[in-house]
Design a protein around this ligand. Structure first.
Ligand SMILES: [Fe+2]
Length: 314
């Protein structure tokens, strides 16, 4: 059994029209479904399953749940058993509880974030198809993002109270869901507090990341682009559309990715991310960043964290 990749993320938005304009016209996704409650479902052009983002109208911004797709239906039974054995309550939900998805598992990570696992989602195919495909489709809007790539979740970290939900969530992902640690930030006087982690279930540098903060929350979800020039063009699209940019095009020291952080109209942070800086492997030595070089780890060019990076999230 194995986890294949991030499947979707359910984001709360304050204004559905403004949110749809952002995810469709700025990010370049397309609406593929709408449920009876008015939740909107969207996919990127290079994705083949029905959706990777669910937008839900709410009074608060943030994330309702994050979902990962697993390799087979049988894997769900194995995960249900291993999650319960780890001491975490897990609920099996019938097919259709998640729209267009087969049966699924619902549980909370040790950090408190709600996660779903599923094996089947309605197939749509990519916009270029699977037979003699062109490298990209005509009519792309905005940044034309390829796929939902990963998410970063904020976890409660309070060393004085001996609370480290980053370490707890990381251990769960490794021990139960089969992820492996790719990079980490170690802080504290002895450098022994795991304050941030990047974990993979594939060969990309991260499929999920955890960063410590005062309270749990949703830091960002990231959408994949091909190259540095696509990241630059995405920044042009954002300025053109008066999108609030958090960090203009930069390189991450961690993962070596090219990045822009920006906000949707509800204040949820998005990222456009390019450059698979290296091929992650389970036996690749874990990269460790020390507290004094953390700035360069996050933003390699300025080598400084902007104040908002770890304090502003939903
Ligand atoms: Fe990211």
């Amino acid at each position: 059994m194995s986890v294949l990749r991030i499947g979707h993320i359910n984001i709360r938005v304050l204004d559905m029209d403004a949110a749809m304009n952002h995810y469709v016209n700025v990010n370049g996704m397309v609406k593929t479904h709408e449920d009876a409650a008015g939740n909107m479902y969207l996919k990127c052009w290079d994705e083949w399953d029905k959706y990777s983002v669910i937008l839900s109208q709410s009074d608060t911004a943030g994330m309702n749940h994050i979902a990962y797709k697993v390799s087979s239906d049988a894997a769900l039974d194995d995960y249900k058993k291993s999650i319960a054995e780890y001491g975490i309550d897990v609920v099996e939900e019938d097919a259709g509880v998640l729209e267009c998805v087969g049966r699924s598992l619902r549980f909370n990570l040790p950090s408190g974030h709600e996660m779903r696992l599923y094996a089947e989602k309605e197939f749509m195919g990519t916009d270029v198809g699977s037979t003699n495909p062109d490298p990209w489709p005509d009519g792309l809007k905005g940044a034309g993002v390829h796929w939902l790539d990963h998410a970063l979740l904020m976890c409660e970290l309070n060393p004085e109270e001996a609370i480290n939900k980053v370490a707890e969530a990381t251990k769960f992902m490794i021990d139960v869901l089969g992820f492996y640690l790719v990079e980490q930030v170690m802080v504290g006087p002895d450098g022994d507090i795991q304050a941030a982690t990047w974990l993979s279930c594939s060969n990309t540098p991260h499929d999920i990341a955890f960063v410590g903060g005062p309270v749990m929350g949703f830091h960002h979800c990231a959408f994949f682009l091909d190259s540095w020039s696509d990241v630059l063009k995405a920044a042009d699209v954002m300025s053109k559309n008066r999108v609030k940019i958090d960090v203009t095009p930069q390189r991450h020291g961690i993962t070596r990715g090219y990045t822009i952080y920006f906000f949707d109209p509800s204040g949820n942070r998005n990222e456009t991310f390019a450059g698979l800086g290296y091929l992650a492997q389970p036996d690749r030595p874990v990269t460790t960043w020390t507290e004094d070089e953390l700035g360069a780890g996050i933003f390699y060019h300025t080598r400084e964290l902007n104040e908002a990076f770890t304090s502003v999230y939903t």
